[in-house]
Design a protein around this ligand. Sequence first.
Ligand SMILES: *Cc1c(COP(=O)(O)O)cnc(C)c1O
Length: 383
Amino acid sequence: MYARRIEKLPPYLFAEIDRLRDEKRAEGVDVIDLGVGGPDLPTPDHVVEAMKDAVEDVSTHTYPSYRGSDEFRGAVAEWYGERFGVELDPQDEVLALIGGKEGVAHTPLGLVDPGDVVLAPDPGYTPYRIGPILADSSPVPLPLKEENDFLPDLDSVDPQVAQDARLMFLNYPNNPTGATAPKSFFEQVVEFAREHDVVVAHDNPYSEMTFDGYEAPSFLEVDGAREVGMEYHSLSKTYSMTGWRIGMAVGNAKILEGLGRVKTNVDSGVFRAVQRAGVAALEGGVPQEYMERYRERRDLLVDVLRDLGLDAEPQRATFYLWVPVPEGYDSMEFTKLLLDDAGVTATPGVGFGKHGEGFVRFALTRSRSRLREAARRLEDLDL
Ligand SMILES: *Cc1c(COP(=O)(O)O)cnc(C)c1O
């Protein structure tokens, strides 16, 4: 019935947790879901207002342009210039996406051939593995280990793998680990990409979700990055716009052209009204009060987990806490324990790849009062 490439997709481990959570809810348990990787806070008012105006303007109702409107691409270029000091030509160095996930998943179709290797961080956002499989290429995990601050060790990549690799996905600030990367790491990446002729696709949707004064860089800030790479960005996380489906790919024009040619043939762009709302989001700036809320929640949950004897670190970016599971459990078992004994869901690390085993991810996407309630229930947990 199904194509071989569909049969090759790994089992969706999160589905099992979703099923158990729904069962608990059906039993009447008030489950506190800390597994959700999307903001609970609403889209800022000024963005909603811009959307209302845009949707009433009939000129937004027709097919959009494939690459994104001049206005949206211009706003992206302007923002990259101001925020990162990266000058982009809105004509061919910016492409609108129907969310970052769409861009990630379609990139291998434009850039790699069957049998080529694609390097994918493990643990990692699942489309870095699935996109290559859908393009009949071979994802090879780049392990992210705690002892390397969750940065891949590029020197340890097998020479044959490095030679066969055409594309490498990276993501800092990182989902699921919350890790950040110094610019010196990006410099090593550029060197690796040049040496092995690999395209770098850096995914940066959490660059604005940072705390304690940390400022996340763009990959494109580093010398030589624009010759070897591109970057994805999304309005989903920063502006609480997951449902709106808008993001962007920026960087090397030739690389973007590979993705753009796929997109031209499979989708017809982002609703013009959503692009206008996207311009309003970018021009209105990051809702800092939202970031402050995530920081408060982080501090609260870190305290709760530490009281339980878990080794939780207040990460400097993203709304995730990546926490080692206690002795005697694997990540799935510990997740089930949290659900059964406290009515709290987290995401088992193994769902992000085999190197995610031994960790669970908590998302800071619930209010402080819900987190306090979770704390009360967790206190009674016997670990
Ligand atoms: C959320 C997320 C995205 C982007 O999501 P979209 O809603 O598709 O824009 C991309 N990469 C990572 C790592 C994410 O966590």
